[in-house]
Design a binder for this molecule. Sequence first.
Ligand SMILES: *Cc1c(COP(=O)(O)O)cnc(C)c1O
Length: 344
Amino acid sequence: MKSIRDYRSDAVTLATFEMRQAMANAEVGDDFAGEDPTVKYLEDMSAQMFGKEAGLFVISATMANQIAMMTSTQRGDEVLVGEESHIYNMETGGLAALSGVQARPLRSLNGKFDLPGLQRAIRNRGLQLPITRVLCLENTYDLNLGIPLSQEYMSEISMLAHKYDLLVFLDGARIFNATTALKIEPKLLCQDIDVVQFSLCKGLSAPVGAILLGTKDFIEQARRVRQRIGGGMAQAGHMAAAGIVALQTMIVRIEDDHINAKRLAIELARFNESLVNVEKTLTNIVQINLGSVGKDALYLSNSLAEYGIKVKVVDPTTCRLVTHWGITVSDIDETIDTIVKILR
Ligand SMILES: *Cc1c(COP(=O)(O)O)cnc(C)c1O
C-alpha cells in the first residue's frame, strides 16, 4: 500500500495490486447485450449480499442515486430527504434537474429523523398536493460526520413509510462503514429497504463504480434509465473486476479505518477536548471544530498542506478528516503531532 496522506475523502484511495491484476485479466463481453460475465457476477454477488433480487453496475454513487429517483418518481412528486444528505446537497440539484421532483428536507437529531415529524411530512392525497413518493435514507448519514444508523431505526422508519405506500431508498455509499460499526450483515441491516445503492470506490478503494439493488422489475427499469443518461457501458467487466476484488478483500479491513479515526479523535481531544467529539466519531470521519481555539479552518488546512497533509474545509471553523486504506497508523500519529504543533 502507498501512503497518500490525503484525508479529504475516502474516494482518493488507489486500486490495490490485486484489483489491477483482476482488471487486466477480466473476462469481458458487451454489457449492452447483457453479455459481460464479470459485470453479471458483480451484480449477482452484490444482490446476494444484500438480499435483493437484482443489481445494476453504475459509474458512481451519484448516478445510482439519480437513477433510483428517476426510476421511482414522476415529475411533480415530492421526495423526503435528510437536510444533511448527499442526494439533497451534493448532486448539483439533480433531483430537480433530472427527475423534476421537489425535495422536502427533514431535520435529524444525531442522524435520526423524528418519527412524528416524518409522519407530518408525508402528505395526504389531494388535488392541489404533490404526491409524497419516496423516503430517502442515508447510512452512514452525513458526509461530514459518518453516523451509523441501526437496523432497528431503519426498519421502524421504513415500516412507517411503507404504511403510506412510499418507496424506501437508501443511499448506502458508505454502507460498509455502517455494517462494520454495527457488526451486522448488509442483508440484515437493509432488510426493510426497497432500493439501496453502495459505492465501490470509497472505503472499498475500487477505482470506479457503485451498485444499485432492488427488485427484478425495478432494476430492469433502472437499466433503461441508465441507458438514457449515457451510463450504458460496453466492456465494463474490466471495472467490475476491481469491484469484485473490493467486495472480497476490502470490507474486512474497514475496521482499521475506524480504529485510526478513533485514535485521531482521542489524541486530539486529549490535547484540547473542544476540538473533537470523540463519542460521535463512530466510523471513518473525524470533525475538527476550531471555533473554541480561535483559529479558522482554512488556517489549519493551509498549514497542514505545508506538511503534505490534505484535509477538507467544511465551513469557516470546521475541518473534516476521512480515514481510508491509504492512511496508516504512523500517518495518524504524524498527523496528530502536526496538528498539535500548528494549534499549540
Ligand atoms: C460520496 C457519496 C456519494 C456520491 O458518490 P460518487 O461515487 O462520488 O458519485 C453519494 N452519497 C454519499 C452518502 C456519499 O458519501
